[in-house]
Design a protein around this ligand. Structure first.
Ligand code: SGN
Ligand code: CA
Length: 534
């Protein structure tokens, strides 16, 4: 039986009693089918590394299929560029300071509403597979098989409905296999379904699958134009610890685990433990690839800019390779939907929990409100309703997923959800849309040392306030300076823009209910979770 909502069955029954029953019944059924939802998310996947976005770094044919057959969002953003908070926003449709999950370390309250709970109540069968990064048994899911914490690339552990087990193999393929197994063998095929299929890759430490160890080996990547940024006028940017040259570990991040032990780094032992999770065959494949690179690296004795560019290339190769396995998985799931007659009536979304730096400003990681980590890829298809090749340039946020899914499912959107449904926007029927978006980041003091900040972005401008142990404002004209190298704050030519952006910031804080009080509360929450005295 097809996924037809109860209302439709009732309508059909009513139609059977009328004269022209047959014709009408067919029309009603097609219009009101309840869509399935496959929500694909990867971890730290920069939009720059999806070929549909046109940066020419790599090739992701399967993710691109979603854009080709549906819509691509050119201005998709998160509200807080860090993993667990982003997932909490996605589930609840509420900003971090409202759903309470402001950082990666404090607990998440699963007892609050989330869109999976609402869909479950409406008759959906629901599954959560892969990385979730929120402690506790996921609520709202009939089936869950999730990673503990960050998860491991090789021989990964998963927690299936609360029970931990280790799977042989490579995490991206294992996650895909679990998803396909749920689709084929575990779901009840007469119900509409929601499947969250969330990959760990391409998260640090970017460990590729054996079959992709040599992918793009002959390619040399040119670093972005601002790779050697001097952070002039941007003290918060200067204070971070996410520089490829300074902070990327030669062994842990870049796999220079030499057998002689000459390359001694801070995190060598941590990488050794990751390497030790591999089978003898996997280790042999890794050694065959990395050993010659290690020997070559040792002989070169690189320094300064040369070392930075070498590190950037090593990083890019591994990063791009882990994405290839993610793309394969997307292809397997799309093929399954097609082969099983589910293609037309299934919404497929591809996104990441945030963006990522691929050498811009000299960095890896995320957290900042600067474009590369504030932005996130969003691609969405639903053949029943979305035209192939749709391009969306409006400002959308991960806040919008929950109301969008509820809208498509015909489920009432709770009044306290802060996002907007994308449904009309994607159809080209939205009469008006937001002109500004709000951002918060709290995780300081913390790993990578990105200072606390919040800010507002409009189509053209961005205002950021860094605070806590600093009091620094930044203003950017994104049209003239898309790489955000020139802080225009207090530049007389921009005084009216500055004034207007301050008003926009206050407007955002009022609109979403943020305040100094909530800020203080989240700070206490974070410091308590980190056991920092305050
Ligand atoms: C880990 C990483 C960091 C990363 C955070 C958050 N270090 O702590 O580099 O910023 O996760 O990432 S690692 O040594 O454990 O790889 S997030 O995507 O989970 O927010
Ligand atoms: Ca992440």
């Amino acid at each position: 039986m097809k996924n037809v909502s109860i209302i439709i069955i009732t309508l059909l029954m009513l139609c059977f009693s009328c004269k022209e029953d047959k014709k009408e019944a067919v029309v009603v059924e097609k219009e009101a089918q309840t869509p399935n939802i496959v929500f694909i998310m990867s971890d730290d996947h920069a939009y720059q590394a999806i070929s549909a976005y046109g940066y020419g770094l790599n090739n992701t044919p399967n993710i691109d299929r979603i854009a080709k057959e549906g819509a691509i969002f050119n201005r998709g953003f998160v509200t807080n560029s860090i993993c667990a908070p982003s997932r909490a926003v996605m589930l609840t449709g509420k900003h971090s300071f409202i759903n309470g999950k402001v950082d990666n370390v404090s607990p998440f309250n699963w007892d609050q509403d989330n869109f999976a709970k609402s869909l479950q109540k409406a008759g959906y069968q629901t599954a959560m597979i892969g990385k979730i990064h929120l402690d506790g048994l996921p609520q709202g899911f009939d089936y869950s098989n999730v990673l503990p914490g960050q998860g491991q690339y090789y021989s990964p552990e998963f927690i299936e409905n609360g029970i931990k087990k280790t799977y042989p193999g490579y995490i991206t393929q294992v996650t895909t296999d679990i998803a396909l197994d749920w689709l084929e063998n575990k779901r009840e095929k007469d119900k509409p379904f929601l499947m969250l299929y969330h990959q760990k890759a391409p998260h640090r430490t970017w460990m590729p699958e054996e079959k992709y160890l040599t992918l793009m080996d002959s390619v040399t990547f040119d670093p972005p134009a601002n790779f050697f940024d001097d952070y002039e006028g941007r003290p918060a940017a200067a204070a971070q610890e996410m520089s490829i040259l300074e902070d990327m570990d030669l062994v842990y991040d870049l796999k220079m685990l030499d057998k002689d032990g000459d390359i001694k780094t801070k995190y060598r032992g941590m990488f050794q433990r990751k390497y030790d999770r591999m089978t003898e065959e996997q280790k042999a494949a890794w050694d065959a690839y990395y050993d010659p690179i290690i020997a070559d690296f040792k002989s070169k004795k690189l320094e300064g800019k040369e070392l930075a560019i070498w590190k950037y290339n090593r990083y890019m190769h591994d990063y791009i390779r882990t994405i290839q396995s993610v793309d394969d998985g997307v292809g397997e799931v799309l093929d399954y939907l097609k082969a099983n007659g589910l293609e037309e009536n299934t919404i497929v979304v591809y996104t990441s929990d945030q963006g990522f730096y691929l050498g811009e400003h000299g960095w890896f990681d995320k957290r900042f409100m600067y474009e590369e980590s504030f932005r996130t890829p969003i691609l969405m298809k639903y053949p029943n309703e979305i035209k192939a090749g749709t391009v969306i340039n409006e400002l959308v946020q991960n806040l919008d997923f929950a109301p969008t899914f509820l809208d498509y499912a015909g489920v009432e959107i709770p009044k306290d959800i802060q996002g907007e449904s994308l449904r009309k926007l994607v159809k080209g029927e939205a009469s008006e849309w937001r002109d500004a978006i709000y951002y918060t980041f709290y995780e300081f003091p913390g790993e990578h040392r990105v200072k606390r900040h919040h800010g507002v972005r409009t189509d053209r401008y961005k205002l950021i306030h860094f605070y806590y142990d600093i009091d620094q404002w930044e203003l950017y004209d994104l049209e003239k300076d898309p790489s955000e190298m020139h802080n225009l704050y207090n530049n007389p030519e921009y005084s009216s823009v500055q004034e207007d952006m301050h008003k926009q910031l206050e407007r955002m804080r009022t609109k979403y209910g943020d305040s100094d009080e909530l800020d203080k509360k989240s700070l206490d929450h974070y410091l308590d979770a980190k056991n920092i005295n305050h």
